[in-house]
Design a protein around this ligand. Structure first.
Ligand code: ADP
Length: 190
């Protein structure tokens, strides 16, 4: 299986690039943010809980997120592999992911980390708010909080994959096509 963690701060382009990767490599796209938003829309219990964190730009608690992600993975036993988008966002999530992939006799092959500087992220997210309708994109204070949470809790997850020699940094500035080409060549090199 080809299991890829597509990593990066909010607004780095994970969702956009995931679409390109699943098309080329025939993978299943698992975006924790998308699953939470679908639950909010469906007014489930999980959605109500997730919304209370997402609206403030905070992380949904690990236990909830890990259980949700695990059940999403188990829905696709025949998959050629997964793109994990927005997961893992903490070291506890990274450890849990390794554990349950090993139960399935598979593993993460690579973490591709899109690197984009903070001013650019803020501009992109405010622009996305105009079309996404996402409350967490519309407010600069909430965006700042999401970036701070990324720096404090999520960026350290890079070291987890560096220690396993699975970390690849990708320049996330440029045209969407240029960045897709960088991701394709990183995957084709592994
Ligand atoms: P972005 O990458 O632009 O922040 P996402 O859709 O990935 O957008 O995430 C939106 C929100 O969903 C996050 O701010 C957080 O509240 C919640 N979320 C998504 N993934 C996770 C995760 N792995 N752990 C905890 N919370 C998460």
């Amino acid at each position: 299986m080809l299991n890829v963690v597509l990593f990066g701060p909010p607004g780095a382009g994970k969702g956009t690039q995931s679409e390109r990767l699943i098309e080329k490599y025939g993978l299943v796209h698992l975006s924790t943010g998308d699953v939470f938003r679908a639950n909010i829309k469906g007014e489930t219990e999980l959605g109500t809980l997730a919304k209370s964190y997402m609206d403030k730009g905070q992380l949904v608690p690990d236990e909830v997120t890990i259980n949700m992600l695990r059940s999403e993975v188990l829905k696709h036993p025949e998959s050629k592999g997964f793109i994990f988008d927005g997961f893992p966002r903490t070291n506890a999530q990274a450890t849990a992911l390794d554990n349950f992939l090993s139960e399935l006799n598979t593993t993460i092959r690579v973490m591709l980390a899109l690197e984009v500087e903070e001013n650019e992220l803020m501009q992109r997210l405010l622009k996305r708010a105009e079309v996404s309708g996402r409350a967490d994109d519309a407010n600069p204070e909430i965006i700042k909080n999401r970036i701070a949470v990324y720096n404090n809790e999520t960026a350290p997850v890079k070291s987890f994959y560096q220690a396993q020699n699975k970390f690849v940094s990708i320049d996330g500035i440029g045209s969407i096509d240029d960045i897709t080409a960088r991701l394709f060549s990183a995957i084709d090199a592994i």
